[in-house]
Design a binder for this molecule. Structure first.
Ligand SMILES: [Zn+2]
Length: 162
């Protein structure tokens, strides 16, 4: 990630997810191209420093049905206000999420990792168009369900006979 002076307040760059430990726990692997990140630093009407941006890329999640790999295109936009206390966070104008800073440093990598974690689905799975990597398992399930049901026509045939 490039850092710059106030002359240019917008930054664009590529960011690798390598080393994002918390994110990695939710991923099938980290073998993806670098994320594209855009950041803009400014101040809101009240003079609070703001960080707006967007992160775009593809993550490899784990399908919760078949445990296979799912490609998850991610596009997350965010508007953060850099605050130093809960009281300052309470005074924020609408539209900004407070980002509580412990010192003046903003670790862009951590901000992006947090945003990606928020963008992850609760239950990642292959979409209808995709095929889970264990289709036999699903077929077995369906067959079992069908076999457990008594055949209503068999019962009907028995009644007729009496
Ligand atoms: Zn699947």
């Amino acid at each position: 990630m490039k850092s710059g002076k106030a002359a240019s307040r917008e930054y664009r760059g590529d960011l690798s997810i390598a080393g994002m430990q918390r994110l990695a726990e939710s991923l099938a692997d980290t073998d993806v191209p670098d994320l594209q990140v855009r950041l803009q630093i400014g101040r809101d009407a009240g003079g609070v420093k703001c960080l707006e941006g967007e992160v775009q890329g593809v993550l490899h999640l784990i399908c919760q049905r078949c445990l296979g790999r799912v490609e998850f295109p991610v596009l997350r936009t965010f508007r953060l206000a850099l605050v130093h206390s809960e009281a300052e966070a309470d005074r924020l104008a609408g539209g900004y999420e407070p980002l509580l800073l412990e010192d003046e440093r903003v670790v862009v990598r951590e901000v992006i990792e947090d945003e990606l974690l928020l963008a992850l689905p609760d239950f990642p799975h292959h979409s209808e168009a995709d095929v889970c990597t264990l289709p036999e398992y699903r077929d077995d399930q369906e067959t079992t369900v069908v076999d457990e049901k008594p055949n209503p026509f068999a019962a009907l045939a028995g009644l007729k006979r009496n």
